[in-house]
Each structure stands twice: as structure tokens, then as C-alpha cells.
Design a binder for this molecule. Structure first.
Ligand SMILES: Cc1cc2nc3c(=O)[nH]c(=O)nc-3n(C[C@H](O)[C@H](O)[C@H](O)COP(=O)(O)OP(=O)(O)OC[C@H]3O[C@@H](n4cnc5c(N)ncnc54)[C@H](O)[C@@H]3O)c2cc1C
Length: 526
């Protein structure tokens, strides 16, 4: 087969779209294959009966990452999306009836904590925690972000390990501790600790199994803020699809990639589609789950065995989502809310150790109607309820489990968030179970957030974006470096594209693409 100079992207999630945009902006010829009839992957939308629900992500952090993808094509994020800041960022409802709002501003948060837990210890502990978080955020930005990393060896230059400042950074990461233990060394009030624990739920992992460096997420959130794109988080996917179209990316939707073709040396030479076609390609970015890419798309190849031998791949948690179109709003809710479990240790033990749904779970609620009235008929609410569950085990039958768990969730919201009439106010009801997540997005065992971040030292590391096993293969998405969540998968897509570009494995089609305001979409959807 003669060498193709096209690049194929397998999967049109946010990571795949970010890669496609970056590569096309740098002048490459890109074709993207998506098995579903829509682009955006988990950032999907559901509309029914006058209600509009974001089906997956709802909390947008670090818009600077998205801005960098648009900047690759000379575009300004401000012209592409109307981003609305949300502050307070969350409201927490606790089992004892107390509520606590998380503010971006440290001084505002400190005075809220002084009122919540008088005496000064809670606010002092929070300030100390945020100082550590800022240090860890800075370390992540210096060593971990924006480059292909698969292990601690890729992160630190061994010749600099004995440099005092690098040693200081290593010590600040507290490799002997965990995120859960670190939080508790600052937050003595168990409710404040429970609130801070929930930053690990952004990566679907247990606080007492996750590395301390993840405490940096708190600063990433308070520093850059929490944002709502007008039109919903779906607007992020739509904006990227528009950009990719303008840059000449070809979309092939409704096309599943069955296999990545490799030549005698194990180098990528194309993909095989489920309709039997072979598409010659010079390189591939896989936005499909990294483990399933190796187990299914590279099945039987020596590269797949090398990938398996490198480490054990544990899926992150899964979840149940209820989409409830209501004929009323609840004034006690902010845009983002956590209705916490009675006992985080019991809850995380069920989800992450026993592998069973928690009997008294934490419910995350998104109530966007006050920010964006278009999501529901007047006076109504498009309520989104997410409860984390274990990743799928062979005995989990969610069609059988769901009715009783739905009752558990509704009872929890009545008891802890005062939503006693919720069931009677439902006009539209849909659900997403771990099995649905598994089937719709072709992820590992229904995992929402790729691979678990478990392990004091290695928990933060995911498979590197530049495959060490298959020349011409690059990985983008929540199960690749730097991990899950919208900003991280967008960064992952950018890193995969940048690594491919640096490697020079394919020729550009003749210079970077420049866009002007009048450029038209030339998207070929087949
Ligand atoms: C319920 C839920 C709530 C979440 N909440 C948040 C949140 O509030 N904030 C946040 O930042 N993140 C959140 N996330 C996580 C975030 O949505 C994901 O990390 C991110 O969207 C994943 O993007 P991705 O690029 O990894 O791939 P995905 O969105 O998983 O897309 C991968 C795409 O590849 C396609 N594909 C796979 N294999 C093939 C193949 N062989 N051939 C063709 N196509 C293929 C799939 O169909 C899919 O469309 C949430 C996720 C879920 C499900």
C-alpha cells in the first residue's frame, strides 16, 4: 500500500475534535470517524417536551484550554462561545441539614466557613489547603500538562532529580500520602472534608486511593472559575465541530472503526471500517478508550501485549443520570449542587472497593434554568441528577437495578435537599445507566472518566499520548494523558496532535490553514 498523507481520528468526542482541529489548523489533511450519528461523544444533548438537557458534562473548568485550541486556528474563544461565570460555584447539602456554598474568592470562602463552623479553624484550614493546592497546580502546569507523559520518568528529567527545587516539588506532592488524608490534615470539620473530597469525583476515583497531587484541582477550579456556556456544555462540542468544518476536516459519522491496520513493522497504515472498507492513513489519533483501542482495534498484535504488560488498567467509576423535566424550580438549588451522602467512607467503600451502588449516595444536581431559561418551559427546570456508581461488573443488570435505585435517589433528594414533591413535578423523565454509558460511548466497563487515578505515586499517570508501542498511533481522550474531564480531554487531543506534528510522520498538505471571518464550512458528512 502506498503511504497515505492523511491522518485519521477514531472517535468524535471532545478529545478527538480537539486533535482534529489542531492538526487541520497546522495544515494536515484530517478525516474523523465516529460510530454514533452525532459528534461530541459524551457531550451529547437530549431535547424533549420543551426541555433541553446536557447529557454528560455540565461543569466547565479551565476555559483557557479551549481557548488554546481555537487560538491554533487564529480564533478567539470569546467570539465562539458566550461563557457565563458561576459563583458561588457549588452548593453543598449535608446529611445534618446544613448547607455550604463554595466561593471562588478565598476571603469570601473564609468568611463563609467562619459562619459555618465558628472558631476560625475551618477557614484557616481551607486557606492552608488552597495554598497547597496552588503549589500542586503550579507543579502540574510545569511538569505534567501540554506534553505526552506516561509515567513519572517522563515527568522529571533524571539529571535534575537532585536539583533542590525539583526535590522540593516532589516533596510537595506528598507521595507517601493520599488526597483523602491530605484533605483531612487541613479540614477537621468532616463536612468540609467531604466537600473537598469531591474534587476526586471529577476523575471518578476514591479520595483515599488517589495521589495528593490531585488536590491541585481545587485551585484549577477556584483560580479560573466555573463556567456555563450559553446553550449548555453541548455548545462546546458544537463550536469545535464548526471549527473543524471550517478547517476542512472530513467527518464520517455512523462509521465504526473495527481495526487499526499496521504494516509488517507494526506501523500504522490505515483503519478498517465496519462496512468492510479499508481507509489508508499515514497516522491515527485514537479517541476511543485507550484500553479498548489496544484490546479491540489492535487485537492479537504484539503491541497490544506490550500495552497490557505495562500496568493494570482499572476503570474509573460509572454513574446513573436522571434527566427530569419539571414544572417547577427549587429555590434552594444553585446551578451546581452536591447533596452529600451520610458517610463518605461508606459511600466510597461501596463504589470503589465493594463494587456495588452506595446505599446512601451523593447526588450531583445541575439546575440550569435560572442561568439559561431556554432549558425548560417557563417556570420549569431541566433537572439533571448524577449519582456515581461502580464501573460495570458482570453481575450488574441495570435494567433490574434501576427502579429501586431511582427510589433511593428520590428519597435522598427529599430527605437531604428538601425536594419532597419532586416525583409529582416530573413531566419528562429519561435515564442513562452504566450499561448505556458503556454501549453509547464504547468505554471500558461503563467508566465515565476513563481510568481510575488510584495509586499514591502512579495514580496520576495514564497511557501517554504518543504510543510507545505502535509507530504512527497517538491517543487522545479521558483514558489517555492527562486524564478525564472536558479541559483534560481537550488538552489530551492537543498533545496527541502536537506530538504527531513534532514527529513529522506525515506531510502537511501545504501550510497551515488560515481562516477569515467569511470562511465557509466544507464538511463532508457521509
Ligand atoms: C454523565 C457524565 C457527567 C460528566 N460530567 C462532567 C463534568 O461536569 N465536567 C467535565 O469536565 N467532565 C464531565 N464528564 C466527563 C467528560 O464528559 C469526559 O471526560 C469527556 O467528554 C470525554 O471525552 P473523550 O474525548 O475522552 O471521549 P468520549 O466523549 O467518550 O468520545 C469518544 C467517542 O469515540 C467514539 N468511538 C469509540 N470507539 C470508536 C470506534 N471504534 N469507531 C468510531 N468511533 C468510536 C464514541 O462513539 C465516542 O463518541 C462527564 C461524563 C459523563 C458521562
Amino acid at each position: 500500500m502506498s503511504k497515505s498523507e492523511r491522518i485519521g481520528v477514531v472517535g468524535g468526542g471532545l478529545g478527538g475534535l480537539a486533535s482534529a482541529c489542531t492538526l487541520a489548523a497546522r495544515g494536515y489533511d484530517v478525516v474523523l470517524f465516529e460510530k454514533n450519528p452525532w459528534l461530541g461523544g459524551k457531550a451529547a444533548v437530549l431535547t424533549e417536551g420543551g426541555y433541553r438537557f446536557d447529557m454528560g458534562p455540565t461543569i466547565l473548568l479551565m476555559p483557557s484550554v479551549l481557548a488554546k485550541i481555537f487560538a491554533e486556528a487564529g480564533r478567539d474563544l470569546k467570539d465562539e462561545l458566550d461563557l457565563i461565570p458561576l459563583d458561588p460555584q457549588w452548593r453543598s447539602f449535608f446529611d445534618d441539614g446544613a448547607t455550604l456554598d463554595l466561593h471562588a474568592d478565598v476571603a469570601a470562602m473564609a468568611s463563609t466557613l467562619d459562619a459555618f463552623a465558628p472558631g476560625g479553624a475551618a477557614s484557616a484550614g481551607y486557606r492552608g489547603f488552597l495554598d497547597l493546592s496552588e503549589r500542586l497546580d503550579d507543579i502540574s502546569r510545569r511538569y505534567y500538562f501540554w506534553r505526552s507523559i506516561g509515567s513519572v520518568r517522563d515527568m522529571f528529567d533524571p539529571s535534575a532529580t537532585f536539583n533542590l527545587s525539583t526535590l522540593g516539588d516532589l516533596i510537595a506532592m506528598r507521595p507517601w500520602s493520599t488526597m483523602g488524608a491530605t484533605i483531612r490534615s487541613y479540614a477537621r470539620d468532616p463536612r468540609v472534608a467531604q466537600m473537598l473530597d469531591h474534587f476526586t469525583q471529577y476523575v471518578g476515583s476514591a479520595p483515599d486511593l488517589s495521589p495528593t497531587v490531585l488536590c491541585g484541582i481545587a485551585r484549577m477550579q477556584t483560580g479560573e472559575g466555573v463556567w456555563y456556556p450559553r446553550g449548555g456544555t453541548r455548545a462546546v462540542a458544537d463550536a469545535l465541530v464548526r471549527l473543524a468544518g471550517d478547517l476542512g476536516v472530513e467527518f464520517v459519522v455512523g462509521a465504526s472503526v473495527d481495526s487499526i491496520a499496521t504494516d509488517a513493522e507494526g506501523r500504522v497504515e490505515g483503519v478498517d471500517l465496519d462496512d468492510g472498507r479499508r481507509i489508508p492513513l499515514g497516522a491515527v489519533v485514537s479517541n476511543s478508550d485507550s484500553v479498548r483501542t489496544h484490546r479491540e482495534l489492535l487485537a492479537g498484535r504484539p503491541a497490544a501485549s506490550r500495552f497490557e504488560r505495562r500496568r493494570r488498567y482499572e476503570p474509573a467509576c460509572s454513574g446513573v443520570v436522571m434527566y427530569l423535566g419539571l414544572d417547577r424550580r427549587y429555590e434552594q438549588l444553585l446551578h451546581h449542587n452536591f447533596v452529600f451522602s451520610r458517610d463518605p467512607h461508606e459511600e466510597f467503600d461501596f463504589i470503589y472497593r465493594k463494587g456495588e451502588p452506595a446505599p446512601d449516595p451523593t447526588c450531583y444536581l445541575c439546575a440550569p434554568a435560572a442561568t439559561d431559561p431556554d432549558v425548560a418551559p417557563e417556570g420549569g427546570e431541566a433537572l439533571y441528577v448524577l449519582v456515581h456508581t461502580p464501573y460495570l461488573r458482570s453481575h450488574h443488570d441495570w435494567d433490574a437495578l434501576y427502579p429501586a435505585y431511582r427510589r433511593t435517589i428520590l428519597d435522598k433528594l427529599a430527605k437531604t435537599a428538601g425536594m419532597t414533591d419532586l416525583e409529582s413535578r416530573i413531566k419528562v423523565e429519561r435515564r442513562l445507566t452504566p450499561q448505556d454509558i458503556h454501549d453509547r460511548y464504547r468505554v471500558l466497563d461503563g467508566a465515565i472518566y476513563g481510568l481510575a487515578s488510584h495509586g499514591r505515586l502512579n495514580g496520576a499517570f495514564k497511557p501517554a499520548n504518543r504510543s510507545p508501542d505502535v509507530p504512527g498511533l497517538y491517543l487522545a481522550g479521558g483514558a489517555a494523558h492527562p486524564g478525564p474531564g472536558m479541559p483534560m480531554v481537550l488538552m489530551s487531543g492537543w498533545i496527541a496532535a502536537d506530538a504527531l506534528d513534532q514527529d513529522g510522520v506525515v506531510e502537511r498538505r501545504g501550510g497551515a490553514v488560515s481562516l477569515d471571518a467569511n470562511s465557509s464550512a466544507h464538511t463532508a458528512v457521509s
